[in-house]
Design a protein around this ligand. Structure first.
Ligand SMILES: Nc1ncnc2c1ncn2[C@@H]1O[C@H](COP(=O)(O)OP(=O)(O)O)[C@@H](O)[C@H]1O
Ligand SMILES: [Mg+2]
Length: 390
């Protein structure tokens, strides 16, 4: 068991910089998910920690020990990759035992560890099989088993579910979460999939273009994204964005664009006053735009707008409405009882307490959603919930 610390870590390749000034403290036993779009530097960050890539600048510590110059095999970590690369001529047992045999571990101890891992993963009955006689999901479990038998201080995962079909991905996701609870070890997990990040992480670190954007619990990132990038990346379907101007009418602040006229909630007026007369970017999540006849009871601060319905998608438990107002297209997730037809006009209610506002130049958040549910996930120290690299 161990904590992991990145201290101003950068990675330069001849072609450019893959990771810049990356600083992050990962607590012992945490399940930290590093998420971001393809090419943003996630694998490079993980590979520097694993010892597979040299660190250009900065320090990485596992526990108290700086590992910059420690060879990969002595770092007490195990890594699971997307391609699990099992040895095809070896049985499942031998695939899991191989790394331990290389280290000249006594046979009885190897048996104890392989049997233990097989039991945790529910693959005891497969130990004599060769990889070709396994399904994709079973092979991925063997790859997990190979990491578990090492009994490392830190587990690293680099997109381990990408080769599995959608259903198996959801199932294996839950198994990895259970594995984390059972082993009580530090997990660092890389993915481009924000749904995996939201569902598995105790804390998420979002990266873009080689830089850390924000660190926090899933709920914190969802409700209080620090900037436009995090707001647009976390959440599916994604947050809607509108270019609006802050106006004042009879002492009340509004956000306006062609076809849109929304009231700023009183509790946000203080922060918005600095933007009076200026353009800002308004962010509203699809679930915060309701059909005006199906607004949940007790919702304060709603602003209604008449808009055109372009397309409807019935999802069963809700309807997705693709809407347009003043040239901006946006999505609302509304009550399935709202029988809305494409091509018609509809009145929708924006739940303005949940609005996000971003500065058009810095793209930093000026206002984020007012939380109406308590954040029950493991809270980090407050000074770590927002990190803006640069
Ligand atoms: N060995 C390398 N040599 C040169 N550039 C590399 C190398 N490995 C990665 N990169 C570059 O670094 C950036 C980050 O890559 P990577 O860490 O693999 O991203 P991710 O895992 O987030 O998709 C990319 O632009 C990639 O092309
Ligand atoms: Mg990668």
């Amino acid at each position: 068991m161990a904590s992991v610390t990145f201290d101003d870590v950068s990675k330069h390749f001849p072609g450019g910089t893959a990771v810049r000034d990356f600083s992050l403290e990962i607590a012992d036993r945490e399940f930290l998910v590093l998420v971001g779009p393809s090419g943003c530097g996630k694998s490079t960050t993980l590979r520097m920690l694993a010892g597979l890539e040299e660190i250009s600048e900065g320090t990485i510590r596992i526990g108290e020990r700086a590992v910059n110059n420690v060879p990969a095999r002595d770092r007490d970590i195990a890594m699971v990759f997307q391609s699990y690369a099992l040895y095809p001529h070896m049985t499942v047992y031998d695939n899991m035992a191989f790394g331990l045999s290389l280290r000249k571990m006594p046979k009885a101890e190897i048996r104890r560890r392989v049997d233990g891992a097989a039991q945790i993963l529910g693959i005891e009955q497969l130990l004599d099989r060769k990889p070709k006689a396994l399904s994709g999901g079973q092979r991925q479990r063997v790859a997990l088993g190979r990491a578990i038998v090492r009994e490392p201080a830190v587990f690293l995962f680099d997109e381990p579910l990408s080769n599995l079909d959608a259903k198996l991905r959801v199932q294996t996701r839950a198994e990895i979460s259970k594995l984390h609870q059972r082993l009580g070890t530090t997990f660092i997990y890389v993915t481009h999939d924000q749904v995996e990040a939201m569902t598995m992480a105790t804390r998420i670190a979002v990266m873009n273009l080689g830089e850390l954007q924000q660190v926090g619990t899933p709920q914190q990132l969802y409700d209080h994204p620090a900037n436009l990038f995090v707001a647009g990346f976390m959440g599916s379907p994604a947050m809607n964005f509108f270019r609006v101007t802050t106006t004042e009418d009879n002492g009340r602040l509004r956000l306006e664009a062609a076809g849109l006229r929304l009231d700023v909630p009183r509790e946000q007026e203080g922060r918005m006053r600095a933007y009076l007369g200026k353009e800002v970017i308004l962010g509203v999540r699809p679930e915060d735009i309701h059909h005006s006849e199906f607004v949940p009871t007790g919702l304060a601060n709603t602003s209604t707008v008449r808009v055109r319905v372009e397309i409807t998608e019935l999802m069963g438990n809700e309807i997705f409405l693709y809407l347009a107002a003043g040239g901006t297209q946006f999505l609302a997730r509304v009550d399935p009882r709202a029988g809305v037809k494409a091509g018609s006009e509809v009145e929708v209610a924006f739940h303005m307490s949940r609005m996000h506002v971003f500065d058009t130049e810095s793209e930093e958040a000026v206002v984020t959603a007012v939380s109406e549910i308590a954040d029950v996930s493991e809270a980090p120290t407050s000074d770590q919930s927002t990190v803006r690299a640069g």
